[in-house]
Design a protein around this ligand. Structure first.
Ligand SMILES: [Zn+2]
Length: 203
């Protein structure tokens, strides 16, 4: 799996938006015969290409119109409100991922989604999870995740079941519209902020 795709070399698969009812279906498991195939390798690369192009830390196959249980996650090391220092999660493609246990402690934190453009929300989720999944080559993986990694996994696996994060919000004030600050916004006259794209906010 290449991390160095040439952004200009081809067109990224567009990301379906929340009004598209296809996002609401339950995606099919990848079959044994599809592991380690050209088809799966190609989709992993296409999915990650869309993730990189549109600036996400995670993406699920149904978001680009492939209704198979495949997700891609890559989290850069960074500091994040509510989490503190986030450790890097190197690029990882997971096939047929399943959450096998949840911790009892619940955390509330912000989420954005490539399929819910222009919004963000506060979502309550378990802080730690156990996951069983497969690599695209068919190797069985079993691991625990906490912090932002646990949240991104839950968010992406929700996509495989047709669930979007606003479904998990129960109070209107926990969902809000966001718009980027324009370089000529007067608020920038009052400090030394240099406008730059916020990377890695969406899942
Ligand atoms: Zn999402």
């Amino acid at each position: 799996m290449s991390n160095q795709l040439d952004i200009n070399a081809k067109l990224a698969d567009p990301v379906l938006q929340f009004t598209d009812m296809r996002l609401r279906q339950i995606s099919a498991p990848v079959s044994a015969a599809e592991f380690d195939s050209v088809w799966l390798r190609d989709w992993v690369s296409r999915l990650d290409y869309s993730r990189v192009t549109f600036g996400g830390i995670g993406i699920a196959a149904p978001q680009v119109g492939l209704f198979s249980r495949l997700i891609v996650i890559a989290i850069p090391a960074h500091e994040r409100v509510g989490f503190g220092q986030i450790a890097e999660v190197p690029l990882q493609a997971l096939v047929n991922p399943e959450i096998v246990w949840y911790s009892e402690d619940m955390r509330k934190a912000t989420e954005g989604c490539l399929s819910v453009k222009g919004y963000e929300g506060f979502v309550v989720r378990p802080g730690k999870i156990g996951v069983v999944a497969y690599s695209p080559e068919g190797k069985r993986l079993e691991f625990e995740a906490d912090s932002l990694y646990a949240r991104v996994l839950q968010h992406e696996i929700d996509h495989l079941d047709g669930i979007l994060y606003p479904d998990r919000i129960t109070t209107l004030r926990d969902l809000r519209k966001v718009s980027p600050v324009a370089p000529d916004d007067p608020v920038l006259n009052f400090n030394k902020l240099i406008p730059r794209p916020e990377a890695g906010l969406v899942m």
